[in-house]
Design a protein around this ligand. Structure first.
Ligand code: ZN
Length: 398
């Protein structure tokens, strides 16, 4: 095999010609290349062949995958072309994405590692800063997204601080307001909005209003997770009240006990340790109100664990109980539930799996934590889309 062909193979270069290979003083390998005749003079945006404009800023370098332990760079002219639609732009090269100083395979491998390994592993192995990983993920995601119709055929969607569809993340955007939801629906378009049959979300009006207006066939289901959270919030309100009363009355020991009870009250009863169970029993002794709140909270949780027809009966019984419980936060919650009953029943009937939404949320939270240090929320979103939207490219050459 001729040496030039071996270099092409080693660098996984396609549609390009190797001109020269040099070992620099610092030990890095620099390979001079040029696009082949068919690839020359194309616009990076529309791939159209365009007339040349000028030589741009001279020769440019792209970092390529290391060859063994050696740094490797591709070097080439970077002339500019004049596209009818995109104006004067640097001509496209087949080995790299537009506006990048890395080769395509370098970026693909980085994105794959960002999805599949730790933060340190990516930066150390690829020998780039974590911030750079963020930029790369953004470019890879944009390209993968453009090639695929993520929003096609959506029927059931979940809207949270994060938008997800049955375990697949389809869209994410910074912002937690009506404008963000509107933007998503706008992107979905009228026809696809009409196809949506189920939407799982919380009771916030900034979500439900625009969905009600634009998705005429959608049945809105209130996410059980949020409902249970409202109940635990109510319980916490009572706990704080009781604790404050105890403190103000100078009952330091009682106050201390109540303060420590928070965790016991929040935990699932079947996961309580023996010591925690004792603590709960003690709570029943020392404060009836708080214990009643606790039972109300648990009962509401159970509603989501039984078959639908039982659940509806239980919900009725719960409402009757809560309305008469003489605990202001729960009386208020009963009112909210009565008002939003349709959406709550829909969630029970359709069993819209929020476990999935929650699962995605947990993963996103992890990604967000890893994304700390990125330049913008978009980098975090890119990493999330690559990981949870099925956009991660395969390792180069596999
Ligand atoms: Zn163009």
């Amino acid at each position: 095999m001729r040496p030039v062909r071996i270099w092409k193979k080693l660098l996984a270069l396609e549609r390009a010609v190797v001109e020269e290979v040099e070992l620099e003083q610092g030990g890095a390998l620099v390979v001079s290349v040029r696009p082949n005749a068919r690839e020359r003079g194309r616009c990076p945006h529309c791939r159209r062949r365009c007339p040349g404009y000028d030589w741009g800023e001279g020769r440019r370098r792209w970092r390529a995958l290391d060859l063994g332990t050696t740094f490797a760079y591709l070097e080439a002219e970077a002339p500019r072309v004049q596209c009818r639609r995109h104006g004067v732009v640097v001509a496209a090269v087949p080995w790299a994405r537009h506006d990048s100083n890395f080769t395509r395979s370098f970026e693909d491998q980085t994105a794959w590692l960002a999805v599949n390994t730790s933060k340190t592993a990516v930066s150390e192995l690829m020998r780039i800063a974590w911030r750079t990983v963020g930029w790369i993920c953004g470019r890879v995601m944009a390209e993968q997204q453009a090639g695929r119709e993520l929003l096609a055929g959506l029927e059931r969607i979940g809207v949270d601080e994060i938008s997800v569809d049955s375990g697949r993340l389809v869209w994410a955007h910074p912002g937690r307001d009506r404008a963000t939801v509107e933007k998503f629906l706008e992107l979905l378009g009228k026809q696809r909005c009409e196809q949506i049959t189920l939407v799982s979300c919380d009771m916030a009006e900034w979500i439900t209003k625009p969905i009600g207006e634009r998705c005429p066939n959608a049945e809105v289901c209130y996410d059980p997770f949020h409902l249970v959270k409202l109940a635990t919030d109510a319980l916490d309100e009572i706990r704080r009240e009781v604790w404050n009363d105890a403190r103000n009355a100078g009952q330091a020991q009682l106050a201390k006990e109540l303060k420590g009870a928070r965790f016991v009250l929040w935990k699932n009863p079947d996961r309580l340790t023996e010591r925690q169970k004792l603590k709960l029993a003690r709570l029943q002794e020392i404060n009836q109100h708080l214990y009643r709140g606790y039972l109300l909270c648990q009962q509401l949780r159970i509603i989501y664990r039984v078959p639908c027809e039982h659940a509806l009966v239980l919900l009725d019984a719960w409402l009757t109980w809560a309305r008469r419980c003489r605990l202001a936060p729960f009386v208020k919650l009963a009112k909210t539930i009565t008002k939003q009953r349709a959406g709550i029943e829909a969630a029970l009937r359709h069993r819209l799996s929020n476990a999935r939404v929650e699962q995605v949320n947990t993963q996103i939270r992890l990604i967000t934590r890893r994304g700390f240090g990125y330049h913008s929320p978009w980098a975090v979103i890119a990493l999330a889309m690559l990981t949870l939207g099925g956009l991660c490219p395969p390792l180069p050459g596999r």
